[in-house]
Design a protein around this ligand. Structure first.
Ligand SMILES: [Fe+2]
Ligand SMILES: [Fe+2]
Length: 266
């Protein structure tokens, strides 16, 4: 019987409030759940949109092993070089090869090797290459890396596309977690082939806003259909994510939501 591997995946960290929530809650979460690895989506970590190298370093210092991104990857030009040089920050693998950064990496702890893959959906998203085809290519490449587990972050708008890739990769990876919609879904389960799956892990940030934005600004925009400056809400911060347990290579035994309020964080 091999040692249990536990992966904590944290949904999109939104702005300073999301970072402070992550930093405040992660030490106790990591200890309570004996997490081997922490993977966090950081595509909204800098001011609510995108990420900078300083903010990425902050997330790593707080305990993230790998940072995944999404459609807001290139918001801050400053981060482009960092995306190329830092192995553990990932933009979707199915972006153009000419775009800065890379889409997968391998990290190791306690003798366990975890491959992490970032993918973007194609429906209502602007990824230039097909997610399903790229998933096969990345899994082929990972075969040379003798990984014990693989976690895929499918950053996508359409629930159908996320469920589709979950089934497509079932039995071939340890977990497929959805991100981007910022709202946790109630469908976490281990698929029959052994892949832990959830359509959306949710968001680490202010639940008092509209998927991260101050609610009065979001409502004004929807009501008036005129341009409105969006700022990150600071109301009612929560950490959303999932905990994945695995014993045998590439097989999950459980996936459970992690939904933690952070009332003391401002
Ligand atoms: Fe996001
Ligand atoms: Fe997104």
């Amino acid at each position: 019987m091999s040692k249990e591997t536990i992966i904590l995946f944290v949904g999109d960290v939104v702005g300073g409030i999301g970072r402070r929530t992550f930093e405040a809650l992660l030490p106790s979460l990591r200890e309570r759940h004996a997490a081997t690895f922490v993977v966090v989506n950081g595509e909204n970590a800098a001011g609510g949109i995108g990420i900078t190298s300083k903010v990425a370093r902050e997330l790593f210092a707080a305990g993230a092993d790998v940072i995944t991104l999404g459609n807001h990857t290139y918001r801050h030009r400053e981060v482009y070089d960092y995306l190329d040089s830092e192995e553990r920050i990932l933009r979707p693998a199915n972006f153009l090869r000419s775009q800065p950064g890379h889409g997968w990496c391998v990290v190791e702890r306690d003798g366990i090797r975890l491959g992490v893959v970032s993918l973007s959906g194609n429906l209502f998203m602007n990824a230039s290459r097909p997610a399903f085809v790229e998933a096969d290519a990345v899994l082929n490449a990972l075969e040379q890396e003798s990984v014990d587990h693989v976690l895929v972050d499918m950053h996508a708008e359409a629930t159908s596309e996320k469920i589709g890739i979950g089934w497509y990769l079932d039995g071939r990876v340890t977990a497929v977690v959805g991100t981007h919609t910022h709202v946790p879904t109630a469908d976490a389960r281990v698929l029959p082939g052994g892949t832990a799956y959830i359509t959306d892990a949710g968001m680490t940030g202010p639940r008092g806003g509209v998927i991260g934005v101050k609610r009065e600004q979001a409502i004004e925009s929807m009501l008036t259909r005129m341009p409105v400056k969006f700022e990150t809400s600071s109301e009612d911060p929560w950490l959303n994510g999932v905990l994945i347990r695995a014993a045998e290579p590439m097989r999950a035994t459980a996936i459970e939501p992690v939904l933690e309020p952070a009332p003391g964080v401002h």
